[in-house]
Design a binder for this molecule. Structure first.
Ligand SMILES: [Cu+2]
Length: 475
């Protein structure tokens, strides 16, 4: 059913004209550098980020105006450990306000970086928080009211990786950028002159802000040199509002080991994997038999493909497997116990229905986002079931996918359309995708911090068009 709607969806898209921009030949995958930190006198890890305007050559001889953290496009990877105390100074050197939200992180409301914490131009904001959650691949990006999509689109995004004793002990590839490779995938629309021109119109709300390229860490169809062994990829769909279906050209099997909030109980083998905007997955793929010496034909070079719900398919990464053997241990059979939150623990059920209204207004429970209205109040420490419905389906209405992201918590999926959730949804999640008419039940422990947090569709145009609400955690 999910698969069918995917294909139907792909068919009804406008096919964007392919522009005559010259690709940069033989581009190597850019690996976001690990952000260095200093120790404060009281033991905190202190990081410095600067949001800045810049430009990038995505195509030969063409400069694109961009935004980035500590650089022209995207940002460095922040890497911390469970039980660290972190302090992140974010300087905004751009000509306009922005914010930085730590997507998936358990942080106090005032450090969340949502619409309530704008960082005016030429000022610095500091987020301080302890790392209380398990190993996971999270990310950071702006979350300014009405401007989230544009700022992320122009390049403001980076990864936020948490390690712990369990991730240290598992027999997994862990050499950052070598066999443990971060991969931020972003569908982008380039104009004829190579510029981004972020101007969403009504069809962009309905079909997603579709593009003509899919960037991999800011590069187009790059390649990466790897050893002949097991490779770990940390994948993020950093697109505005298109789903990405990932698969290998040669049908190589991927083993998903983690979802948004950390490890699954055991690796799950897949031929393809769908990520909606904001979702992450960590996968392992075994290239032991793909080394140059054991390979005869060109078409055996492993290539990761991304098929977008916007209708394009792109090679997003080519793996040049060398002769040198890499991590050879087998894929572990067990990762980490995922303790189930029992349904009976919930003290309350809330319902959230996402719908598209006339004139492109996007609402949850009939209301468009207002900073002056608190939509829900949740008691600190309570466990709740949130039933989320995508109401955009049925007669005359195009099946409009959405997803749902909750700040402050990692949740579990209790049910998907009345059935047990698929295995990839049985770990910790913070963002869940819903095709038209879908209904999911999520369960979460709101043990975070008191204060105001957001829930919203992470299709960024939808979020900016009002598909967001706020909940207050109260003591
Ligand atoms: Cu949406």
């Amino acid at each position: 059913m999910k698969r069918l709607s995917w294909y139907l969806y792909g068919f009804i898209f406008l096919i964007l004209p392919q522009f005559l921009l010259a690709q940069i030949p033989d581009q190597a995958l850019s690996i976001p550098p690990l952000l260095e930190f200093e120790r404060s006198a009281d033991g905190k890890k202190v990081f410095n980020l600067t949001a800045q305007e810049g430009s990038m050559p995505f195509f030969s001889g063409q400069q694109t105006a961009t935004m980035g953290f500590n650089g022209n496009y995207l940002g460095p990877t922040i890497r911390v450990r469970r039980n660290d105390e972190v302090s992140i100074h974010v300087k905004n050197s751009m000509g306009e306000s922005t914010t930085v939200h730590w997507h998936g992180a358990d942080v106090p409301a005032e450090a969340d970086g949502g619409p309530h914490q704008p960082i005016p131009s030429q000022s610095t904001w500091t987020a301080q928080f302890p790392i209380r959650q398990q190993a996971a691949t999270l990310w950071y990006h702006p979350h300014l009211m009405g401007k989230t999509a544009e700022h992320v689109y122009n390049g403001l995004a980076g990864l936020f990786i948490i390690d712990d004793e369990i991730s240290d002990a598992l027999p997994l590839p862990r050499e950052y950028g070598v066999d443990d490779i971060p991969l931020i995938l972003q569908e982008r629309r380039f104009e004829r002159d190579g510029s981004f021109s972020y101007r969403p119109r009504m069809p962009d709300l309905m079909h997603g802000y579709t593009g003509n390229e899919i960037l991999s860490n800011g590069g187009i169809e790059p390649s990466v040199d790897v050893k002949a062994g097991i490779i770990r990829l940390r994948l993020l769909n950093g697109s505005s509002s298109t789903m990405l279906r990932l698969s290998f050209e040669g049908g190589e099997i991927m083993h998903q080991i983690a979802s948004d909030g950390g490890f699954l109980e055991a690796p799950l083998p897949f031929e393809s994997l769908i990520l909606s905007p904001g979702e992450r997955a960590e996968i392992l793929v075994d290239f032991t038999q793909k080394s140059r010496s054991s390979r005869s034909r060109r078409n055996e070079v492993p290539v990761l493909l991304a098929q977008s719900s916007g209708g394009i398919t792109r090679k997003v990464l080519e793996f040049r497997v060398g002769r040198q053997p890499g991590v050879q241990n087998t894929i572990p059979s067990e990762l980490r116990k995922v303790e189930r939150i029992p349904r009976e623990e919930a003290s309350q059920t809330r319902r959230f229905e996402m719908r598209t209204r006339m004139m492109g207004r996007m609402v949850i429970n009939g209301k468009a986002m207002s900073l002056r209205r608190v939509d829900e109040q949740v008691k600190l420490g309570d466990t709740e079931i949130w039933e989320v419905v995508n109401g955009d389906s049925g007669s005359g209405m195009m099946n409009q996918p959405h997803n749902f992201h909750i700040h402050a918590v990692q949740f579990q999926v209790l049910s998907y359309n009345g059935q047990a959730p698929p295995p990839e949804w049985r770990g910790w999640k913070d963002t869940i995708s819903l095709w038209g008419g879908d209904r999911v039940e999520l369960i979460a422990r709101f043990t975070s911090y008191p204060g105001l947090f957001m829930y919203h569709c992470h299709f960024l145009e939808h979020e900016d068009a009002g598909m967001m609400g706020q909940f207050e955690i109260v003591e």
